[in-house]
Design a protein around this ligand. Structure first.
Ligand SMILES: [Zn+2]
Length: 474
């Protein structure tokens, strides 16, 4: 059976850090909308004679990540030069960490199908990003010519290397979701930052294939799914990958293709970087860094369960999907004490609208004040669930207030007296409802609720209708 072909995946993840400046110079670490080769200086262009100066925030971020991933942090940490002979790195070496990285031998626990699994983290290290190659008229394998933009050169990266502990692309998805949440909670990573991965993937009996340089969370999963499927289909026919191979993932065709033969680490010829001093991690410095570490996602989930009485699942959805979503939730909870109601509306209808519009909450037009007003009206029964589901779409896409939208869309809001009037009218038309009810037939109440809802075109809240009916006929 093809489904039984077991796969083994290991990851090397590179995540950009959202620091103010680059890793070794004072150029801004923001290249959005900048013209090519304008956000550069002699240091990040690697001019002879220039010397790097380590951005302390980058280093401390590295320590925080290492701690969050349960890694050992060495007492003395240094940087190395890695031979790197490509046009996107002018000095022909990349400053990275090799012998003693910022974090070693850690782990992350993931929850897959209700079973806890430990993913070992081999190492976490800090390095500089090279510039960007722009392949004109194609991709790396077939473009006519290539341009180089050095704006990105010197962007701080954290590289996280796992053991080959994953057995499916789904496990990778859970891991990356949690990793992203950790980085977001440490304020090191945000939606403007880019995550890339090199992934080793093999099926039992076959050699390892490395899929290089997959850009973006979504593409990493897509590339792994494709490659797993390709190797599975081959395995079914008795064909296995014979020698280690490097492939590239094409976003356009959503497939992978052979790139080149893999180098071994020895080919990189690492040497100690003499222009940067050793970083000493004594207990005093460690304590100082630890004190500035924010609450991590797992702790926050526990707090949400305790403080807001949400379920573990609901807390996980809010916290892992997007840190800003969890922040938005907490902001609303300061105003309305019905935490579960807020959480449920957010995790279902609000997230559905955000996904539909393909927008993050931080970039959408809805703000917490509008959402608080909205939930208050749902809670009081002024807005029925049906109307709420309809209105929330407009709250997300227009940014208008609930009251503005009600007026604009000429939505009738049913007050208690309006509903009571409708109930009385229906009872007068169907006096049997009362006699049936008094003889113990509860279906008559349901019939009456149904009639009232129909009459209001489902604009009245069902719980409110039930309460008012009970009040009238008792
Ligand atoms: Zn620079």
């Amino acid at each position: 059976m093809i489904e039984d072909v077991k796969c083994i995946i290991g990851l090397e993840i590179h995540a950009q850090m959202n620091t103010k400046t680059k890793i070794f110079c004072s150029c801004p670490n923001s290249i959005k909308d900048a013209q090519p080769n304008t956000n550069v200086c002699p240091i990040c262009l690697g001019y002879p004679g220039t010397k790097p100066a380590l951005n302390k925030v980058v280093f401390e971020n590295g320590v925080k990540i290492a701690k969050a991933l349960n890694c050992n942090v060495a007492d003395n940490i240094f940087f190395s030069r890695k031979s790197y002979f490509y046009p996107d790195m002018t000095k022909n070496f990349q400053i990275t960490q090799y012998e003693i990285p910022v974090g070693l031998n850690g782990y992350m626990k993931i929850d897959y199908k209700g079973v806890e699994k430990k993913i070992n983290i081999r190492r976490a290290h800090i390095e500089e990003d090279p510039g960007k190659l722009v392949h004109m008229g194609g991709d790396i394998t077939n473009s006519e010519y290539t341009l180089v933009d050095y704006n990105r050169a010197g962007t701080p990266l954290i590289e996280i290397v796992t053991d080959p502990d994953f057995n499916s692309p789904n496990e990778v998805l859970i891991f990356l979701t949690k990793l992203r949440a950790i980085l977001e909670h440490l304020n090191i990573y945000d939606s403007e930052m880019i995550m890339k991965a090199d992934a080793n993937i093999s099926v039992i009996g076959g050699a390892r294939v490395e899929v290089k340089n997959i850009t973006g969370f979504h593409n990493i999963i897509k590339a792994l799914e494709y490659e797993y499927n390709r190797q599975k289909i081959m395995a079914k026919q008795g064909i296995f990958v014979k020698t280690q191979e490097t492939r590239a993932y094409s976003e356009k065709s959503k497939t992978t293709k052979t790139l080149r033969v893999k180098e071994s680490e020895a080919d990189y010829g690492y040497i100690f970087e003499p222009d940067l001093s050793w970083q000493t991690m004594d207990s005093k410095r460690m304590l100082k860094i630890s004190k500035t570490m924010n609450e991590l996602p797992d702790e926050r989930i526990k707090r949400f369960v305790k403080e807001y009485t949400l379920t573990n699942e609901l807390s996980t959805v809010l916290i892992y999907t997007d840190k800003a979503l969890a922040d938005f939730f907490e902001k609303c909870c300061k105003e309305i004490k019905d935490y579960v109601l807020i959480g449920n509306w957010m995790a279902t209808h609000l997230m559905k609208c955000l996904n539909y519009n393909n927008v993050l909450i931080s970039k959408s037009k809805i703000n917490s004040e509008t959402f608080i007003d909205f939930i208050k009206m749902i809670k009081s029964g002024e807005l029925s669930e049906r109307l709420g589901k309809e209105l929330i779409k407009d709250l997300v896409s227009t940014g208008k207030s609930v009251k503005e939208l009600i007026k604009e869309k000429k939505i009738k809001i049913y007050k208690d007296e309006d509903v009571e009037e409708i109930i009385n009218k229906i009872i007068t038309k169907n006096p049997k409802i009362i006699t049936d009810y008094k003889s113990g037939n509860n279906n008559s109440i349901n019939f009456l609720i149904g009639e009232v809802l129909k009459e209001t075109n489902y604009g009245a809240d069902v719980e409110k209708v039930r309460k008012l009916i009970e009040k009238i006929i008792k």
